[in-house]
Design a protein around this ligand. Sequence first.
Ligand code: SF4
Length: 694
Amino acid sequence: VIEIGLPEHSAVTTCAYCGVGCTFKAEMRGEELVRMVPYKDGKANHGHSCVKGRFAYGYATHRDRILKPMIRASIEDPWREVSWDEAIGYAASQFRRIQAEHGKQAIGGITSSRCTNEETYLVQKLIRAGFGNNNVDTCARVCHSPTGYGLKTAFGTSAGTQDFDSIEETDVMLVIGANPTDGHPVFGSRMKKRLRAGAKLIVIDPRRIDLVETPHVKADFHLPLQPGCNVSVVTSLAHVIVTEGLVNEAFVRERCDWSEFQDWAAFVSEPRHSPEEVEKISGVPAGLIRGAARLYATGGNAAIFYGLGVTEHSQGSTTVLAIANLAMATGNLGRPGVGVNPLRGQNNVQGACDMGSFPHEFAGYRHVSDTAARDVYESLWGVELEHEPGLRIPNMLDAAVEGTFRGIYIQGEDILQSDPDTHHVASGLKAMDCVIVQDLFLNETANYAHVFLPGSTFLEKDGTFTNAERRIQRVRKVMSPKNGYGDWEITMLLSNAMGFKMSYKHPSEIMDEIALSTPSFAGVSYAKLDEMGSVQWPCNAAAPEGTPVMHIGGFAGGKGKFVITEYVATDERTGPRFPLLLTTGRILSHYNVGAQTRRTANVAWHPEDLLEIHPHDAELRGVKDGDWVRLHSRAGETTLRALVTDRVAPGVVYTTFHHPMTQANVVTTDFSDWATNCPEFKVTAVQISPSNGP
Ligand code: SF4
């Protein structure tokens, strides 16, 4: 029994883990957080929570937190604690020197999906206005950048189409490349509840995820495709829908470009996209493809939910487009219960994208070449802005190795552990003159940093997060920042030291500026959020109370756009040296690289990453459950324990990436999505051999 005592005060705030965005009441005694109570009026969670949001907050006061700024001239030197003035002055002088010697394009930055909308907005503002370039990117580069590209192309808006409550009207769920009960637990539970009430389920995933069969829930169809075959399978679903006359022609004629539809329909009708042909490529029995297509097209309100198993591929953007085609062809858009719903990973990855974290887009997804949008910011910020897109994260690292990119400001992101091809990331960071890391802990990236600025937790600052259903919710400060400043204040200090003045007194003033300059946020204010609890963008004069369901009556971008989605096999092929395919994912108790959850009691539930391997493949290699194995690919190798299970198909292995001792991304390759550079984390050809341990 833990004696927690009575709380003295509390505040309603938003979970800082996943994109579900559960609301909690943070109960405090003085400066101590005594418990997080799921908030019954929370619009995303209705009083529910998972083990991360409810219990895994101890990292906020963990002894590993760095609370004093540190600098060092070289990464071989020891860190030296300094005052905030000295750290910020040193960082600014290094960045100014780099720009004087190598030009204004030689520096850039990365915003954090863990931080608030206001903080993200400030980082991109500092880079665009203070650095004078568009070299800003975000972690969405390695997760949902294909969603941004694909949904904007098809529907005109880079976001999911429905609110979570809409699931109550869903008759058929198609879950592809997502594992909601682990990755988005509160929404995953809601899906199960709806399934128990009679909704049908199609799962497309190489792994038998929990939803395929748990107590009282069984998928009607599980399509266990080979990793890398999403486009072929989704296009084959379309083949069945078109060739069997299951298209919602009235919807398509009214809402979409009819001639593009006809071209697409002719393309998917080709015999090479038939289930029988696609079975040869994907390994999915043709009967399952036919049955799933018929159920999706004729089962009533059908909603698609997808995750990184769709986006983190060399054809990630193509798969998003193929999914959008499917929804448009069947008329499953523009009303409750249907739609295309990316399950966004991080608490504020939707917000980070909304706030202009991409090198080609201002806040609200307006291209940097858009003169009208640029005019707004030039007059608001008082500077002339670049109209060419800047560098993406992989381009920054390539340019660093080549010597033309020399300094980076990274807020709340551990690119060494979370980005692909760890050796290349390390080479890029090592080649830079000044790496500034702003984080709670000395993460793996900080091994290559020259300036460490201690960051703040979500408990120590005011702001907003935007969840996967575009819901903007308040984050409320319940304790003083242990490091002295909220992250937004640190960005202001750096900006002012660089000579670009910022003088916000509270994050609400930053939101006011966002509302003033971003059409989809025009009606958002802290007063409205306090009054309504939350609001879903677009929120403006046309929709003053926000927009739970998008594209009612028409698409934001005009006519819905059908795009031909040709399947191209990834260059990552199995062969005699590397005969197995590795795919990766998350587990319920941990979050991403584990920086937070590993510093809580959750670590006891999952103290290490395990490699799932099918009994047949394990036996062939003499591997038993619990044995150490060496996992190697052409990119690198790591060592971890085997979990022998038929949850994965023969020929496929699976692991999580929560623990730095595993560093699963040492093994992943440098292939990436053709449109967005999102890395192909989900397909790596590997070999397994017995090992004595690390
Ligand atoms: Fe937090 Fe996501 Fe769990 Fe909700 S489901 S408590 S947002 S981690």
